[in-house]
Design a protein around this ligand. Structure first.
Ligand code: HAM
Length: 430
């Protein structure tokens, strides 16, 4: 008796990218790598799994990510607590420290890949999502903050995306935040009665985050709160003004958002986000800032750093609104054949075509011409090559131009000598 198995489905909030959608990912990745190269950034890869304490210490104990969104489990072999990375920065910094990457010079590095946060899934918010993460390690000046922001603006331009707005803020330095924090706690204490559970818990542990509320009843309280920006000292203001001046030089417009706090604790001075009204509730496509204390906090020799990450799913969603179609033919040439000899000849010919840089699918197995042509058409190949006993006897292949630019699509079949075939195809698909 056969046993019926229940279907195994993907985990909620974790998405498959099927071949059609994946073509857009691949095209984006290519554009992104060229864009990063234009600024001298080099790829770096760290493990997806890290010790939990890297993130609790790096991102901060009292953050949504660490408090409730991490995929953490105990390694059953040795009892260690491990966590799937919820972001790249902490792991990149750990790797830089461990391998002494900043020994003789600053480093511009990037990483692409999946990250994991146990959030409530909705459009633009997933449990496994992908980031393009960019970090400039060992550089302190406002010039590099501005360069990173201008760099992100260049990517939107390259993708033809126009409806994104830049919001920036300065979080100052530790002592400035401490003075602001004291004033903020005094302000928030007046609202104890209306604070929700999260707000009350964070009042003394992380009062800045109490302002990061979506609750309309708390908006007035948040609006009237003392602003960190007013507590910034001269050096912090000068840094911020220098960043703004350079953005203006580059023609990148921005909006000061004094309420922006970001969801991770490692930031100081410049923080920024790119937001759009075209993605519904999950409006932030890219976020980042300076984190001059993190390298030392994670055990390295004190060094400044700044970076940002782009949410790939959100960027793809946005990009598809500007460029709805991405063509992704399976191959340049689809070979249809009839008879065993022709099939064997097709396989050999296909290899010589591939030597010449042409991508080829040889119809697998045997089938009627009609069904093979149907497959050829579905593959979106530019050209069908037909091989059968007739052709082989005459030393030719029949060629049908299916989707070659500047050709009428229903051009009758051409007969091309086998010796000339590769050169002919190369010319058509180039
Ligand atoms: P973040 O703001 O937490 O920053 O995340 C960066 C971007 O990832 C967001 O702007 C958003 O586009 C995307 N994102 C966040 N959560 C989700 C989700 N659940 N589903 C889909 N997309 C999401 C960081 O991660 C910092 N490490 C950025 C950074 C790098 N700061 C300095 N260097």
């Amino acid at each position: 008796m056969t046993q019926a198995f229940s279907k195994v489905t993907a985990i909620r909030g974790m998405n498959d990218a099927l071949p059609g959608a994946s073509a857009r990912w691949e095209q984006l990745e290519e554009i992104v790598r060229n864009w990063l190269q234009a600024y001298g950034y080099r790829n770096m890869r760290a493990p997806i799994l890290e010790h939990t304490r890297l993130f609790t210490r790096g991102i901060g104990e009292v953050t949504d990510i660490v408090e409730k969104e991490m995929y953490t489990f105990t390694d059953s072999l040795n009892g260690e607590s491990l966590t799937l990375r919820p972001e790249f920065t902490a792991g990149m910094v750990r790797a830089a420290i461990e391998h002494n990457l900043l020994y003789d010079r600053p480093q511009r590095v990037y990483a692409l890949g999946p990250v994991f946060r146990h959030e409530r899934p909705q459009r633009g918010r997933y449990r496994q999502f992908h980031q393009i993460d960019v970090e400039a390690l060992g550089l302190a000046g406002p010039d590099i903050d501005a360069e990173l922001i201008v760099m992100s603006a260049r990517l939107w331009k390259r993708l033809g995306i126009t409806d994104v707005e830049l919001e920036i803020n300065s979080l100052g330095q530790g002592d400035e935040r401490a003075a602001h924090r004291a004033a903020l706690i005094t302000h928030l204490e007046q609202y104890k009665d209306i604070l929700d559970e999260d707000g009350l818990r964070r009042l003394y542990t992380n009062p800045l985050r109490v302002l990061d509320t979506k609750n309309p009843a708390l908006q007035a309280m948040a609006d009237a709160a003392p602003k960190l920006f007013d507590f910034l000292g001269e050096a912090s203001r000068t840094h911020f003004d220098a960043v703004c001046a350079r953005l203006t030089d580059a023609g990148v417009s921005y909006r000061l958002n004094p309420r922006m706090v970001r969801g991770l604790d490692y930031y100081n001075l410049t923080v920024f986000e790119w937001v759009t009204h075209k993605l519904g509730a999950q409006a932030t496509v890219c976020g980042g800032g300076r984190y001059d204390g993190l390298i030392e906090l994670l055990g390295g020799k004190s060094a400044p750093a700044v970076g940002f990450a782009i949410g790939v799913e959100r960027l793809l969603d946005l990009w598809s609104q500007y460029q709805p179609e991405i063509l992704s033919p399976e191959c340049d040439v689809y070979i249809v054949h009839q008879g065993d000899d022709a099939q064997r000849r097709a396989a050999v010919l296909a290899e010589t075509m591939r030597d010449a840089g042409i991508s080829v699918i040889v119809h697998a197995g045997a089938a009627s011409f009609k069904s093979q042509f149907k497959r050829a058409d579905a593959s979106a190949a530019a050209i069908a090559v037909i091989l059968a006993a007739d052709e082989l006897a005459d030393g030719v292949a029949s060629v049908k131009l299916l989707r070659v630019a500047q050709q009428t699509p229903d051009t009758a079949q051409l007969r091309i000598p086998l010796d000339d075939l590769v050169a002919f195809l190369k010319d058509k698909v180039k």
